[in-house]
Design a binder for this molecule. Sequence first.
Ligand SMILES: [Zn+2]
Length: 295
Amino acid sequence: MGKLICPLCGVYTSFALARTSEVGIGPQITDYPGLPNYAILTCQACENRFIAEKVKGEWLAVYPLPHKLANEYIPEPIRSEFEEANLCFTVRAYRASVSMCSAALEAMWREQGVSGLKELREKGIISKKLFKQADQVRRWANVAKHEPIHEAVTSEEAEQLLSYLEKILDDVYVEEKQLSSLIEKLERVEKNASSKAKVESTSNRINLEFVRKHWKKITESMKGEGEKGNLDAFMRASCEPVELDNGTLTLGFYHKFHFKYMQERNYPALLETKISEVLGMPIKVKYVLIQRSLP
Ligand SMILES: [Zn+2]
């Protein structure tokens, strides 16, 4: 029986005649000369029924009207005009469809802030090929609306011009947006993956052993700090790292005197900043009293 576009689901599909007993009326009025040839068809894709008319041997949905919804990235009023051009095509108002295509194009160049199709091309908003297609839409619309040209616009021609408009709108509004949303997501995913990997590799690498091994270098970053400007030497002489747990570094002081000295001077913020900088990860510091173990 051929194929057509289902007005309900929009799929280009085969269909079946609905059975007479199911619909209550004859599925197809045939053999009445002069009467249009209608039938109730069942879409094989969505299984809904619709009314179709046979024109020159081809079935065409007539109710409900198939309507193609334009992509939401296409801004108004361009989107509505494009949809109307499609609707005109559906009811075989081909000249009106071409006119609406041209109106949509005009709305498009206005939206882009240029003076016409030529400037769209000159500014690189559309390619040379799309410009030629857009120009055809514009010129056919002129021919379709101006008397006394009564040359009919065929369904093939109207369909072709509609497809040109769709390609142009796709290119200018849809593809760019779809591409940037892909790019954005990819960048986000990559960034998350790399920062996660970085934190993991840093915290895997940095353990107590690492801190003890690099303790001299870490304390050197404190040179010039403290009351006497020798916090680095003081730290090397008075304490050692004894524990690193979940980002908290415990410093063990050998003498009560130094331990109290550090507690009174409220140095943790300074130490934490310096140690975090050297290790490349956030570190908290706490003090305890211990017996010396480092040589
Ligand atoms: Zn369907």
